[in-house]
Design a protein. Structure first.
Length: 164
């Protein structure tokens, strides 16, 4: 495998976790990776708490949008090298056939958008999800992808997904 590597983060609504993952990877892995995100049932809007957190951490939000995963399975779509599900519902769904036969892994993160109550509780849940994604994505960007065989790479990706 040779970079730059295209990475797709999938969730159900594509409004929070997958959006944050896209922004994080496009920032910390900008020379080696190109990140995208999508949802199986996109909400069509970005969660304001996710946007607030990205902006607070000085990550670019321009161009981020909630979109259907079919955009990435159509003829002519960019081939993905990696596809990561970040929510359990998307991981359990039947995914489209991705052009290029990307390597896949499940990196489940609790849904901060499901938290009810005061805004501070919501912000705390978003910060936990963001921190978990940031740690996993940081580990991913440090992998010697070019030197690992497919089996070893798959195991490393699954290990990252089991980390909290």
């Amino acid at each position: 495998m040779e970079g730059p590597f295209n990475v797709l983060f999938l969730c159900t609504g594509n409004s929070a976790r997958s959006i944050m993952a896209e922004a994080i990877l496009n920032t910390i892995g900008k020379d080696k990776f190109r990140a995208f995100s999508a949802g199986s049932h996109p909400t069509g809007r970005l969660n304001p708490f996710a946007l607030e957190l990205l902006e607070k951490n000085r990550l670019p939000t321009a161009g981020l949008r909630s979109k259907d995963w079919s955009e990435f399975s159509r003829p002519g779509a960019a081939s993905m090298h990696f596809v990561f599900t970040v929510c359990d519902r998307a991981a359990a769904e039947t995914c489209p056939i991705w052009p290029g036969q990307p390597m896949t892994a499940h990196w489940g993160v609790h849904d901060p958008a499901a938290i009810e109550g005061a805004d501070e509780s919501k912000r705390s849940a978003f910060l936990r999800a963001y921190s978990e994604l940031y740690r996993r994505i940081s580990l991913f960007t440090c992998l010697p992808i070019e030197t690992l065989d497919k089996l070893a790479l798959k195991e490393k990706l699954e290990q990252i997904g089991r980390m909290n």
